[in-house]
Design a binder for this molecule. Structure first.
Ligand code: ACO
Length: 325
């Protein structure tokens, strides 16, 4: 029987030119390079000046189309994961699809699941492809978190950055087993009992403003390691792959201590865990595709590698995916 898989045929990433180092942060709030480095692993972050989310998305998507060797006219759907869209409505994905030159009529939507957004968007696109509703999908994760950062709050402002990453998915036939190329499994979760633990201080319906990010860092930290590990374990089980077969674990880039904790819990050697947060900080929905594309462009992650993606964020939401590139 014919089994449809979604293969990642292109990848792209983009970060704005302006960089704020930890020493720059120390000029804005009472902090130090030593505190930020030891508590988070972050050394610097990229920050937008005049660019919008759509500009970051466009650049990442353009690179993804180029590496895939296809034109925007071939896209059947565009999905953008973000919590920092250009406007509250319409969805930024619609603007990006038109900027890229997608055919008029191409469906486009934003997905809001905070730091898990890319995994959620990938899940939606994968299911559309497997159902035959799309052959080629563009999935982007992009954020301008600096726009919802309280630059007087040292508890949060040192953590976040701006950026974008994107992948092109295309339907291909597989056997339906763990040796297939493409997305082998996805699983997404949420638990609203943690709604207030990590959120913005405002929103359209509540305050008619976007608000600023606020969180109970310790609570998030505790939950993050378990949920990231759970999503990785369950998606590997669904895909029928064992931890020894995994080439790379690519966790959401929030904090080096969280990332190391997940690696240890899964008993994965350190060198198989992808880390790029020193240069970017936490870029929420952009974090996973940005790291994936950077490492693929550098030749570190290669075609044929078996990768586990795992993410967790506000909501709480969390989720994972197992992909053979
Ligand atoms: N510079 C200097 N001191 C600081 C800073 C800072 N930037 N921020 C906080 N402090 C102080 C605190 O005020 C506190 O001081 P006090 O003891 O006098 O009150 C002290 O440092 C210790 O603070 P803790 O909260 O205990 O520090 P902790 O080791 O828990 O680290 C952190 C804080 C980095 C936020 C950690 O809890 C964390 O990473 N949590 C996960 C949160 C996260 O990554 N959220 C992102 C979104 S969710 C996600 O992506 C999964």
């Amino acid at each position: 029987m014919k089994f449809i898989r979604s293969e990642i045929i292109g990848h792209g990433h983009y970060a704005p030119a302006k960089v704020l180092t930890n020493d720059d942060m120390a000029k804005i709030v009472e902090t130090s390079d030593e505190w930020i480095t030891t508590r988070t692993g972050i050394k610097s972050r990229h920050i937008v000046e005049n660019e919008l989310n759509s500009d970051l998305s466009y650049q990442a998507a353009k690179m993804a189309l180029k590496t895939a060797g296809i034109s925007a006219e071939e896209l059947d759907v565009v999905i953008l994961a973000t919590v920092t869209p250009d406007n509250t409505t319409p969805a930024t994905a619609i603007k990006v699809a038109t900027m890229l030159g997608a055919k008029p009529g191409t469906p486009a939507m934003d997905v809001s699941a905070a730091c898990s957004g890319f995994v959620y968007a990938l899940t939606v696109a994968d299911n559309m492809i497997r159902l035959g509703q799309a052959k080629t999908a563009l999935v982007i994760g992009a954020e301008t978190l600096s726009r919802i950062t309280d630059w007087t709050d040292r508890n949060t402002c040192v953590l976040f950055g701006d950026g974008a990453g994107a992948v092109i998915l295309r339907a291909r036939e597989g056997n339906g087993d763990s040796q297939d190329t493409g997305i082998l499994s996805t699983k997404i979760y949420s638990d609203g009992s943690h709604y207030d633990t990590l959120r913005t201080t405002g929103g359209v319906s509540s305050t008619q403003t976007a608000g600023f990010v606020t969180m109970d860092g310790k609570e998030v930290f505790k939950y993050a390691i378990n949920s990231l590990a759970q999503a990785a374990e369950e998606t590997m089980k669904i895909a029928d792959v064992k931890i020894e077969e995994i080439d790379w674990l690519l966790p959401h880039q929030a904090n080096i201590r969280i990332i190391e904790g997940v690696g240890k819990k899964l008993e994965l050697p350190e060198e198989k865990v992808v880390v790029n947060l020193a240069d970017h900080g936490n870029t929420s929905a952009a974090s996973i595709p940005l790291a994936l594309s950077e490492k693929m462009a550098a030749g570190v992650i290669k075609k044929g590698d078996l990768v586990v993606l795992t993410a967790m964020g506000a909501g709480f939401t969390w989720g994972g995916a197992v992909v053979r590139l």
